[in-house]
Design a protein around this ligand. Structure first.
Ligand SMILES: Nc1ncnc2c1ncn2[C@@H]1O[C@H](COP(=O)(O)OP(=O)(O)OP(=O)(O)O)[C@@H](O)[C@H]1O
Ligand SMILES: [Mg+2]
Length: 137
């Protein structure tokens, strides 16, 4: 599935990707793919790719770097700065928008939008498991 992470510089996109990897049991380092475009995480049960397209400038690189090959049905792709590859990226199953400001104190506000059955399943799972552990707004 494809999960897009929207939000300004420093909004917390990499932090969400790191949290997802930790929840899956990944104990190694989780680097921001800002300079590499993509970081690979191979689990026994899934392929996990974390992208950051902030520095993506040349659309022909999508083809030459074989980026389309990552977006397979057996892979989970988390994508920071999806706006930079609009028109190239497959439609997301789940779009997460992060924001922060006075109203969120030190934390972040997340808006989740499901665009497929798989995305709806994620939103339900997040509602069931994460929301009860959050402090009351
Ligand atoms: N929920 C949160 N509460 C408090 N601090 C946070 C939260 N999420 C992220 N941060 C902090 O904000 C900073 C930026 O986070 P992060 O690198 O995840 O942002 P980003 O959206 O990936 O930025 P970029 O656009 O540069 O890739 C980090 O210092 C991180 O620890
Ligand atoms: Mg980041």
């Amino acid at each position: 599935m494809v999960v897009t992470l929207h939000g300004d510089l420093g909004a917390g996109k990499t932090t969400v990707a790191r949290g997802a990897l930790r929840a899956l049991g990944w104990t190694g380092p989780v680097k921001s793919p800002t300079y590499t475009l993509v970081e690979h995480y191979l689990f026994s049960r899934l392929y996990f790719y974390h992208f950051d397209f902030y520095r993506f400038a040349d659309p022909s690189e999508w083809e030459t770097a074989g980026l389309a090959d990552y977006f397979r049905s057996d892979a989970v792709c988390l994508v920071e700065w999806p706006e930079r590859v609009a028109g190239l990226l497959p439609p997301p199953d789940l779009a997460i928008t992060l924001s922060y400001g006075a109203q969120t104190a030190a934390g972040r506000m997340l808006v989740l939008a499901a665009h497929s059955v798989a995305g709806e399943r994620c939103v339900s799972a997040i509602n069931d498991t994460l929301l009860p552990s959050l402090p009351a707004a």
